[in-house]
Structures are given as structure tokens and as C-alpha cells.
Design a protein around this ligand. Sequence first.
Ligand SMILES: Cc1cc2nc3c(=O)[nH]c(=O)nc-3n(C[C@H](O)[C@H](O)[C@H](O)COP(=O)(O)OP(=O)(O)OC[C@H]3O[C@@H](n4cnc5c(N)ncnc54)[C@H](O)[C@@H]3O)c2cc1C
Length: 477
Amino acid sequence: MSKIYNIGIIGGGVSGAVVALQSAKYGIDTVLFEQEKSLVNGPPFCHLHAGGNLYPDISDEQCRILMKQSIDMARLFPQSIDERPTFISIPKTEKYEVEKITSRLEMLVAYYTELINEDPNNEILGSPKDYYKIYAKKDLIALAEKPSVKRPNSADEWMSNTIKLIDHEKLKSPVILVQEYGWNLFRLGAQAQLALTKTEKCNLKLNTSVTNIKDVRDQNLDYNWEIVTGDIVYKVNYLVNSCGFKTGKIDESLHLNAKRLIEFKAAYVSKWQAIPGLIPELIFHGERGTPNGMAQLTPYFGDYYQLHGMTKDITLFENGLVHSNENEVQPEFNEDINQKIHRVWEDDEINTRTKNAIDFVAKFVPSFKSATVGGPPMYGAQQIPGDDPSLRVGEVSFPSKSYARSVIVKASSALTVANKIINKIQEENIIPTIHAQSNQNILLDRISNDEIDEKASELAIQRGYPEALSRLLIKKN
Ligand SMILES: Cc1cc2nc3c(=O)[nH]c(=O)nc-3n(C[C@H](O)[C@H](O)[C@H](O)COP(=O)(O)OP(=O)(O)OC[C@H]3O[C@@H](n4cnc5c(N)ncnc54)[C@H](O)[C@@H]3O)c2cc1C
């Protein structure tokens, strides 16, 4: 008789990979299907949203959840975190008042302190008193006179390096430096894939597309689902749908429906001249979807920079956001966007959009005008549960017995989803009660830094990106 798995997970993005990792560490038998060559190969991520400061309009509650979930994920995958801060500013042309962001910061410091009181190991964003620092115009003028520092060690040193490059006359005063860090997807993917390959508790099926699912819950068998991949059938007790923007496809085959949006977006890879000292991620806020949408410059190793511009001719796309309806469980993009998802980009469009992004950032960082195209875009489609496109925290839903649908909007929610699913399978008596549940994962902790370096570099190259994107700006000890 063929093996019966406790859990069958469809989709090896960050969500599916973390469900598999957390399950395997408790000895739960899983099978994980990913249609691509490697794990965490879907839409990109580069920013650890530890406080939601990139989103002036979200609720305090979403900011707190983003902070907590980001800390949890950073503790699970420390080797993927780039410990450089984020510079936050609002251009004078924008309607937002700086107060909209500064007014939340003390609440976030208090919450961060609470998290550290609960567990001192949560202190991964530095001391709470250093979580943010506010700079008025006169502070910036003074810091511009200080020499640049190759590897800054204080908020003032980061700001001093930054302010010499920025046209701060265009920005409202004050500006902010906050401890929201960089997040390297190649390193996270590498660590997850190495750990799952080594454990006997996960049958990792890469290059394997799930083509059908049979619901046998009412047949009184020893298992609940048959997962079909080509001509092989896998028997599982619990089904996890972590197909990202394709979760609707699985729902469709199970005759389930749920409101959902899917959105296609892209960031661009650029190469710039060497500059005297490291800089933080740079954020110039603006109203999304207008010609002045937010500009974001994310520094990587080797003078590479990833760029977002929240306008239709840079990160966003005409018809890039589509929704489900009563007859269409899985929303569909038009042909043009489908081709891009499947890696068919015209060179002209890569060049034009990357150059648009460079010019967009150069409005605030004039010398960035000399940057050039540094590689293919980093792009993908993601899901947003419900019908509110500004939602930033999605987790998991349990629409029927023995079935979970992961609906994360940010990569940081992956561990929360995994924990909720593991609780659910205990409730359903699919596995015995786990007495000592914790977030720590021995399977991940066993992977050495050298192994991560090697695998992350292999993944970047395999996906057509410069190898430098797999490295951290600030190497871990
Ligand atoms: C441009 C952009 C920038 C972003 N930046 C950030 C950021 O800075 N920080 C952040 O936290 N989040 C960011 N996000 C969001 C983040 O990328 C997503 O929330 C996250 O990657 C979703 O992970 P997932 O595992 O749910 O889905 P996915 O990563 O999409 O994984 C789903 C997987 O399922 C597989 N799959 C689908 N169908 C099948 C099938 N039938 N059989 C087998 N496999 C299948 C797919 O191949 C895919 O690998 C960004 C998103 C975009 C688009």
C-alpha cells in the first residue's frame, strides 16, 4: 500500500515551504509539491515590514501584526536579513503629513518593548530606544558636513551617508530613519530548500505540478485526499493550498469560492557607481497609482539596487489588478501580463521600465541618474484575500474540514500561517497533541552559513540574476 502523508502541501513559495519546515520539525510526514525548479521562486520580497512604515494608510493593528510577524520570521531565517535601516520621507508635493507616520512610532516602540519583555530574543531590531530617529532640516544640514562612513554603525552615520546624495529641499521636514531591514529571498529560499532536502519527514517534489485533487473524505478511507501529479497519486490526510495567486485554481476543483484579488507587480534591478559608504533603503512616499506614487530604492551587495515606483509605467501595470466574481473563482490576467508571469519580457520593455525607475528615483537622488540596467526585473503576481487592495496582512482560512488555504499578502505572515495549520491538524486529531510548540526550527538551524551562501548564489544565477543579489550588504558574524 502506498504511503499516507499527514499533510500534502501544494505550492513551495515562502508559505508552503514554512508549513513544510515547521511540520517536519515535529516529525509530521509531509509531501510538498512545487512546479518550479526551486523553492521560493514566486513574487519577490526585499523588505522586512517590521512596523508597516511603508504604508501610511494602514491601521495601527496591521502595523503591530507586521512587526510581530516580521520578528518571528527574522528569528527563523536570520541569514536572510540585511540589517540596514530604512529612510522614510514625504516629498513636499504630497498630501500626506509626516505626522501620519511619526504619530505611530511611539506606539510601535511600546509594542516592540512588550515583545522583548515576553521574550528577550525578540530584540532583533536593536534596542527599542533606537527603533527610530527623527531628523529636522537643521540636523540634516549638520550631518551633510560629516565625512562618509564606509560601514555605518549609528543612525547618524547612516543618515550622514544618505543626506549627501539626496535633494532634501524636495522633502517635507522631518525625515525618519527606522529599523525596518532588508530581506533576501535567495537566502531564505536556499536555507528552506537545504533543510527540506535533508529531512526524511518531507518528501520535496520540485518540478512537480499538481494537476488534480480528489476529495475522498466521505469514503471512509484511511486518508482524505488524493493529490494527482501526472500519473502518480499521493494520499494525504490534510490538504494545504499555498499556491499563491493560483489558490483559486485548487478552490475551483473543490467547488469552493472566496472573494480574492490578484495583482501583478515588478521591481527593477539597477547597477550604480560605487559610493563612499553604505546607505539605507530609501523611501519617498507618494499616492499609489498616481504619477507621484512611492519611490523605493533597496540597496544590495556590489552596487546593485532594486527599484520600485508605484506608478503604472514602473511597478504597477494597466489591468495588473483583477478580482474574482461569482463565476470566476480564479481571476485571470490578460495575455500580456500572463506572458510576463511566464518570463516572456521584451528587452525593450525591461530597458524602458528600468530606466523609468532610475529617473523616478533620480528626482530625489540626482546622481542616481547615471545608474544602468543591472539585470532582469524581479516580478510576480500575488493574492490579496477579499476585495480591499490596501490590505497588508492576510493569513489562512479553513473553508472546510481537513483543508487550509494560505492567503498571505506579505512574506512575513508565513510562520503565523504554519502555526495555525499545525494547531488545526491537532484539533482534527490527524496528529497527536504536540506538547512543546515553539517557533525555533532545528532543521533550519543545522544549515551552515557556507551552505546558504553557496545555494543562494546558485539560485540567483539559475534565475538569471547577478550573483551579488544573493549576498548580504551587512555580513552576519
Ligand atoms: C513586486 C513585489 C514585491 C513584493 N515585496 C515584498 C516585500 O518586500 N516584503 C514582503 O513581505 N512581501 C513582499 N511581496 C509579497 C510577497 O512576495 C508574497 O506575499 C509572497 O511571496 C507570497 O508567498 P506564497 O508562498 O503565498 O505564494 P508564492 O510565492 O506565489 O508561492 C506559490 C507557489 O505555488 C506554486 N504552484 C502554484 N500552483 C501549483 C500547482 N498546481 N502545483 C505545484 N505548484 C504550484 C507556484 O509555482 C509558487 O511557487 C511582494 C510582492 C510583489 C509582487
